[in-house]
Design a protein around this ligand. Structure first.
Ligand SMILES: Cc1cc2nc3c(=O)[nH]c(=O)nc-3n(C[C@H](O)[C@H](O)[C@H](O)COP(=O)(O)OP(=O)(O)OC[C@H]3O[C@@H](n4cnc5c(N)ncnc54)[C@H](O)[C@@H]3O)c2cc1C
Length: 430
């Protein structure tokens, strides 16, 4: 092949058109396998999509870049109780009985049954077990390097690792590659030719801390100095471990986390030591306007299905993954995998969650301006009002935002914090 061809955006290899191929291979050095649905990415969204598609009888292959499922997300996540199926309860590290909210000058302790912290290493592997039980094939250490495109439609992928390379044909590719790393966000980057907006991208770092006292208490610390447009957190695990993390816009997450732990010195972390670090990033600008194209569906982090106010996303990843898997198989059965046919997926998730993402975006934009002053006022308004405190948790986390929103915004002080325009717009979305 002419080496100059590498610089062209499109060029032909075999009978496929490859996009952004930096590593052209000789013709004939690859096998071509065929599947109904190929899922790129073995995080929660991809695993559930694979399970749903395989459960409908489709031939499904899931490819994970890392050497193990959950390899990129080894930390902990705070989830609502109703997300935990009997199987997923196996990943619960702590049932939360208290959440402490800290602003610059105010502190509030919210008590009750506040969901659970799950160990993501376990959580994601349990989802993988379910996908495999439904009949999905899972390949590890198998990064998707390219999309195979013909006549403008995605027809498969190429996976490549350690000198081994393979083209795989798919009726539908599910892009579940998340939003972290150069090989992620395939629909956005490789099909739509765009990237995440830097001003809406939160950077994060988390430490697994050892040698803490076990407490069933999570802490959220709102501080524009360490975490502009975001916050820091401590999520308890078991046996003296906890996750201490930080996320913010335009921060260097490693420096921000070290500075936060060093300068803020949360009393709970006194004597604790970091034993692992997990860097990540989160698109907080809301979901992509387009989450499918001919032959491809994006789901979870790679579709921007992240709640902008807190950055949580497991609720969406699991449900949208389920819709994606089902619609993919129905489209294959119909013999029509055009964007128009696949848009049933887009309509499905938007009708369930579209308003939530908009509300989360509105509230996040409002709180990002004069963050410290607003968070102080907000916490002050919550003091001594358990029902309001609970509503704040449900709105902030995105556990039940639409149900809790009217309760939260009915409080005059809280409505003042967000501002009349934001409140009116948010309530109109209800
Ligand atoms: C710091 C942080 C804290 C969070 N806390 C919470 C929380 O407390 N509660 C909550 O609900 N949500 C939380 N979230 C959000 C939650 O983690 C995401 O919503 C969820 O992980 C999205 O799942 P996913 O499957 O879309 O993507 P991911 O979990 O990112 O998984 C993507 C997978 O694709 C793989 N991959 C990437 N590129 C390729 C490729 N080219 N080929 C093959 N595989 C590839 C990756 O290795 C990874 O395994 C948090 C996120 C971050 C970053």
């Amino acid at each position: 092949m002419n080496p100059q061809a590498v610089n062209l955006k499109y060029y032909v290899v075999d009978f496929f058109l490859l996009i952004n191929n930096d590593h052209p291979k000789e013709e004939g050095d690859e096998m071509v396998e065929k599947y109904d649905v190929v899922v790129a990415g073995g995080g929660p969204a991809g695993l559930v999509a694979a399970k749903a598609a395989a459960a409908e009888g489709a031939k499904v292959l899931l490819l994970e870049l890392q050497a193990q499922i959950g390899g990129q997300t080894q930390s902990a996540s705070w989830v609502p109780k109703d997300l935990l199926t009997p199987k997923l309860k196996g990943a619960v590290a702590t049932k939360l009985k208290e959440v402490r909210l800290h602003a610059l000058h105010e502190e509030v302790r919210v008590r009750g049954d506040l969901g659970a912290v799950v160990d993501r290493r376990q959580f994601d592997k349990l989802l993988a077990a379910e996908a495999a039980s439904s009949g999905a094939e899972i390949w590890l250490s198998a990064p998707v390097r390219e999309l195979l495109v013909t006549d403008g439609a995605v027809r498969g992928i190429r996976t490549e690792a350690g000198g081994w390379s393979e083209q795989i044909q798919a009726e539908v590719v599910v892009d579940a590659t998340g939003a972290r790393g150069e090989w992620s966000s395939l629909l956005l980057r490789k099909v739509l030719g765009k990237d995440w907006h830097r001003e809406r991208l939160a950077f994060s770092n988390e430490y697994l801390m050892a040698n803490l006292k076990d407490e069933k208490v999570a802490e959220l610390i709102f501080t524009s100095y360490f975490a502009p447009g975001g916050y820091a957190w401590i999520y308890p695990l078991e046996k003296g471990f906890a996750i201490a993390g930080i996320q913010g816009i335009r921060i260097h997450p490693d420096a921000a986390l070290d500075e936060f732990i060093g300068k803020q010195a949360p009393p709970r972390l006194t004597g604790a030591v970091p034993v692992a670090a997990f860097r990540s990033q989160l698109p907080l600008g809301g979901p992509l306007k387009q989450t499918c194209a001919d032959g491809i569906i994006a789901v979870g982090g790679s579709a921007g299905q992240i709640y902008p106010l807190s950055g949580q996303g497991l609720r969406y990843a699991l449900r949208c993954g389920e819709i994606a898997g089902r619609v993919a198989v129905d489209a294959v059965t119909d013999g029509d995998v055009t964007r128009e046919r696949l848009s049933e997926y887009e309509q499905g998730w938007r009708s369930e969650f579209g308003s939530e993402f908009e509300v989360g975006g509105l509230l996040h934009s409002s709180l990002s301006v004069s963050q410290d002053r607003k968070m102080d006022s907000l916490l002050r308004a919550l003091v001594g009002k358990p029902r309001l405190q609970r509503a704040f948790i449900d709105v902030f986390t995105g556990f039940k935002p639409m149900r809790a929103l009217p309760v939260l915004l009915k409080d005059a002080e809280i409505a003042r914090v967000f501002g009349r325009e934001t409140v009116e717009k948010a309530l109109a979305l209800k």
